[in-house]
Design a binder for this molecule. Structure first.
Ligand code: GDP
Length: 179
């Protein structure tokens, strides 16, 4: 089945988004190998794709060796997973592009991993200010990239932008099935 990875800095709103996406359909199911806390969690959605929760840059409190180990596992997952159709990089809409996000996207680009940007917490900005924030982000992003990847402006608390995101996923799923 196709997989879509979700990653971002801690506190970006990843859990909230995953909850919003899974509760929405009410069909979430975890299917990880049993064990302690899983590093990489899979949620089966609608029985036709996996939402993959990557811990991303959330390892502030672990040792350096552990951090490097985690990164190795995540990077090899991203690089080798054949059914990984898109990696969603979550960024807080209120923040200017962060070095760590840009470096991560750079890595994805260099390794041929398709990605898309999800702007989170759009409800924290006033109407209009969200568009402006996205424009500012684009400007900064386009200093190193030729074009913007697909992107989505979302709010998990207001449940906004989720339909667009799900349609995008369904579209790619369809192309994948036909290929
Ligand atoms: P994670 O660390 O990336 O999993 O982030 P969480 O989902 O735990 O969210 C971090 C904080 O941001 C929490 O206090 C959430 O309530 C808040 N948050 C997450 N998404 C939204 C959103 O769409 N709108 C608002 N206003 N707050 C949000």
């Amino acid at each position: 089945l196709p997989e879509y990875a979700f990653i971002g800095r801690s506190n970006v709103g990843k859990s909230s988004l995953i909850n919003a996406l899974t509760n929405k359909k009410g069909l979430a199911m975890t299917s990880s190998t049993p064990g302690k806390t899983q590093l990489i969690n899979h949620f089966l959605i609608n029985e036709n794709w996996y939402l993959v929760d990557l811990p991303g840059y959330g390892f502030a409190r672990v040792s350096k060796t552990e951090k490097e180990n985690f990164q190795k596992i995540i990077y090899s997952y991203l690089e080798k997973r054949e059914n990984l159709l898109c990696t969603f990089v979550l960024v807080d809409i209120r923040h200017a592009p962060q070095k760590i996000d840009l470096e991560f996207m750079q890595w994805l680009g260099e390794h041929g991993v398709p990605f898309s940007i999800i702007f989170t917490k759009a409800d924290k900005l006033k109407k209009g200010a969200d568009d402006k924030a996205v424009e500012t982000y684009k400007e900064e992003f386009l200093k190193t990239w030729e074009e913007m990847p697909p992107y989505f402006v979302t709010s998990s608390s207001k449940k906004e932008g989720l339909e667009d995101l799900l349609s995008f996923i369904h579209e790619i799923n369809q192309e994948f099935r036909q290929s």
